[in-house]
Design a protein. Structure first.
Lengths: 112, 113
């Protein structure tokens, strides 16, 4: 079993839709959670970074963490064609420096 | 402006050949990382370095080597011992401290001739 599970998609939605992207994890030692966006042939770009249960909002993006269920989500409101990319979740143990464990990534396509 | 520069963008390797991927950062970050990305898989850590002249193996270090002689530079050598080197290689860096996020370069795609 992988430490971090993420549905690879692709997920196809119409422009303006609310998108929900999700990751589950098996190890309760993960304490820090990130979402990265990766465009084709580019490096990942950090979108959201959180370490507590609950919601964190930044513009059209909301990151949600539920440590009791070992589940994290990224919501994108009013999705745009420019949001079409691969979204990677990543998480880190508190005790092991800055080593990240990544999900496989979800491909998102927003149709205009 | 500050960032992480990886070169070249595309690289081809012949059988039995070693190749070196360059990673340079001007963010004054202490820590640097190398990841490998394969289709349908998450990023996997190859090597990381938290300080000059020191580095540690990640999860898939076999067939790779690194050096960290300067704070700004963290080159990765893919040796002939790496039997399946075709992948997208990503370099990242972060400031010192547990809460600092990693920032990535735009990668090098390595293929076998």
């Amino acid at each position: 079993q992988k430490e971090v599970e993420q549905d690879p998609g692709p997920l196809s939605v119409p422009e303006g839709a609310i998108v929900s992207l999700n990751c589950t994890y098996s190890n309760s030692a993960f304490q820090y959670f990130m979402w990265y966006r990766q465009y084709s042939r580019k490096g990942p770009e950090l979108l959201m970074y959180t370490y507590s249960s609950g919601n964190k909002e930044d513009g059209r993006f909301t990151a949600q963490v539920d440590k009791s269920s070992k589940y994290i989500s990224l919501f994108i409101r009013d999705s745009q064609p420019s949001d079409s990319a691969t979204y990677l979740c990543a998480m880190r143990y508190r005790e092991y420096g800055n080593k990240l464990v990544f999900g496989a990534g979800t491909i998102l396509r927003v149709k205009s | 402006d500050g960032g992480i520069t990886q070169s070249p963008k595309y690289l081809f390797r012949k059988e039995g050949q070693n190749v070196t991927l360059s990673c340079e950062q001007n963010l004054n970050h202490d820590a640097m990382y190398w990841y490998r990305q394969d289709p349908g898989q998450g990023l996997r850590l190859i090597y990381y370095s938290q300080i000059v002249n020191d580095f540690q193996k990640g999860d898939i270090a076999e067939g790779y080597s690194v050096s960290r002689e300067k704070k700004e530079s963290f080159p990765l050598t893919v040796t002939s011992a790496q039997k399946n080197p075709t992948a997208f290689y990503l370099c990242a860096s972060s400031s010192h401290g547990l809460n600092q996020p990693q920032h990535f370069g735009d990668g090098t795609r390595l293929s076998i001739l």
